[in-house]
Design a protein around this ligand. Sequence first.
Ligand code: ADP
Ligand code: MG
Length: 681
Amino acid sequence: MASLFNMPLTKLKRIGDKKAVLFAKLGINSVGDLVRYYPRTYEDWSHPYKIGEALVGEVCCIGAYVERISPPARVRGGLTLLKMTVCDGTDRMGITFFNQGYLYDRFVNGGDFLFYGMLKKNGSFYEMTSPTVSEIQKAGIHPVYSQTAGLNSRQIEDAVSQAVKLLPEKMNDPLPDELRNRYGLCPLDFAMHNIHFPKSLEDVEIARKRLSFEELLVLQLGMARLKGGRKDMTTAGNRIVRDYTNEFFAMLPFEPTNAQKRAVKECIDDMSSEGTPMNRLVQGDVGSGKTAVAAAVCYSAVKNNMQCAFMAPTEILAAQHYNSLSSLLEGCGINIRLLTGSVKASEKKKIYEELENGNADLIIGTHALISDSVSFKNLGLVITDEQHRFGVGQRSALISKGKSPHIMVMSATPIPRTLALMIFGDLDLSVLDELPPGRQKVDTYLIDSAKRARAFGFLKKHIDDGQQCYIVCPLVGQSEMDLESAEEYIEKLKITPLRSCRTGLLHGKMKPKDKDKVMSDFSAGKIDLLVSTTVIEVGVDVPNATIMMIENAERFGLSQLHQLRGRVGRGQQKSYCILVSDHQGDTTRQRLSVMCKTNDGFKIADEDLRLRGPGDFFGSRQHGLPELRIASMSSMEILDLTQQAAMDILHDDPQLEKKEHRGLRFETGRLFAKTGSDQLQ
Ligand code: ADP
Ligand code: MG
C-alpha cells in the first residue's frame, strides 16, 4: 500500500486539480487515502421490488421501465421539473425530479432502470420524488460515501472503484496471519474490496470487523508506544528530594479530600523517582478540586528549586487559574506571573527576564508560553489544562523549554476507565473520584416545549433575585446556521418575560476577542442571561450563574450535557439545569433521565458509553486523538479484543521490530503522523 499513499489523485480518470481540492477537503490526498475512505453506509439494490410488493412509506429499490416522459419544464422559482411514469408490467408509478433536467436524455429512449427512494401513495397512485437512479445491470449493494459540496457519493464511488483496481493482487497485510487466525479476521484484500463493493451485507460485516480491529489495534499500539517512547531520565535538578506536601496542606483553608491526597502523592512519587519524569493525567469531575492538586505539586516543585509552567487554552481560563493559584499559594513566597497575548509588551519583557533568571517560580498563561521569547532557568514541571484543546505538538513545544520536565495534564472530562487507558495511553492516570464535602447537587429537570413558558418565568424570577442564567440554544446542524438560530432565538425571547433582561449572545462565528468580551461581561454581572449556541467555554467559573437551560437537549451527548451543567452550581445558591426536548423516543428519554438522576460525571460517562457505543468518544475529536476512519462505528467488544491483542504484541515485541510487525509499525506511524506527533515514524 505504501506506494499508493504517494500516488496523487490526479492519476485517476476524471480527477483534475480542481476535483483533487475537493477530495482534500475530505482528508483524501492520495490514492491510498481513497481506498481507506470507507462508505458511511450502504444502499441495498440487490433485491429490486415490484411496485405493488414494496412497502409504502419506506425507502426501497424498485425495478421498472420508462413508459412515458415529458421534457423538463421550468416552473416558478426557477425550478425545473422532470416528470415521468414507469411501469413494472403490473403497476405504474409516477416519478418527479427537481432540478435534474439533465436526466431526460438518459430516460427518453425508454429502458429498464432501478429507482431507489421513498415510495409514497397518493390516492391509488404510487409516487417517488427524486429517487437515485441506476441501470438495471447495476443491481447490488451500493456504497454511500460522506460527500462534500461539489463532490457527491457517486463521484467518490467512481474514484474509489478505479483506486481499488490499482491495489496489488497480493496485498501486504499489516495483520500477521497468526493474529488474523486467532481472532477470525479476513485478509486485507478481501476487506478492501468488500468494504467498498460488497456482494452482500454479510460481507460488509466481515470486512468492517477486520478493518475496525486493525484500526483500533494500530491506535492502541501507537498510544502504548508513545508512552514507552519517553526515554529521557529525570535530571538531578528536576528531582523532588524533599516532599513539602504536608506543609502545603496545613496552609489550606480546607481539608483535602482523600482523592486529592492520593493524586498529589502519585505525582510526588513520580517526581521523586530516578526513572523517567512524570507523565500524568489528573482527571476529575468539575469541582473535584484539581487546582488544589496542581498547587500542591507546584509548591513542592518550587521548594525543590524547579520552575513550573501552567498552560490553559484561553485567556479567561488562564486568568482564572492565575487568580485561584495565587490565592491558594498566597504568602508562600512563590512568585507567580500571568502571561497571555494581551499582556503589555513592557510587562512581557519583564516576565521573560524573570523566567530566564529564575525570579519567577510559576508562570501561568496561554499559548503565549510557547513563544520563542520564553526561556526558563530550570523548567521542571509543565502543567496543561483541558488536554483536548492542545495538540500533542503544542504540549511538546512547551515541554522542550525544559530539560526533561515533569508533565501533568488536567482534564475535567470524565472518561470511563477502559477508554481513558486508551485515549491517554501515553499518560499515567490519577482520578479524583470524590467531591469535597458539602457540594450541592444541581437539580435537573427534563421538560417538553409546552412547559417552556413556565421555565422562562422560573429564569426571570431568579434573574430578578440578582442571579444569572445560561440558555444553550439549538444547534441547527450546519455551523453556518449557528448564528441565525441564536439570533432568531433572541428575537423570540422578546415576547417572553425575559425581554427586560440584559442579554448576551455567544456563538461559533464570533472572534475570540468578542467572545472573551461577552464572557467577561457575564463574569462581571453586566449580563443577566447568556444565550449561546456553542459550548460555553469549558471551565468558566461564574458562581452567580444558577440556571442552565438547554434547548434540544437530545442533540447533545450525556458527557457534553454534564459539562454544560457544570457551569452552574458553583456558588452558594441552589442551582438548576433544565433540559428541553420534545423527543419521545425511549432511548432519548432514558439517556436524558440519567442526567436527572445523577451528578456523578463518571457514572454519566459510563452510561453514555453503554447507550451510544464508543463511536462518539472517537468521533468528537476532542481528545487530540488521530481521527478514526471506521472503528468509530465499532463495538465495545472489538475495543476489548484489541486492547488484549495490543498488550500481547507489545509484550512480545515492544518496539515492533519483528518482521511480522513491520506493517503494524508502518500503520502506527501513518495514523499518528496527522496528530503532529513524529515520535512514531
Ligand atoms: P476543578 O476540579 O473543577 O478545577 P477547582 O479546583 O476549581 O475544581 O475547585 C473548586 C472549588 O472547590 C474551589 O473553590 C476550591 O477552593 C474548592 N475546594 C477544592 N478542594 C476542596 C476541599 N478538599 N474541600 C473544600 N473545598 C475545596
Ligand atoms: Mg478547574
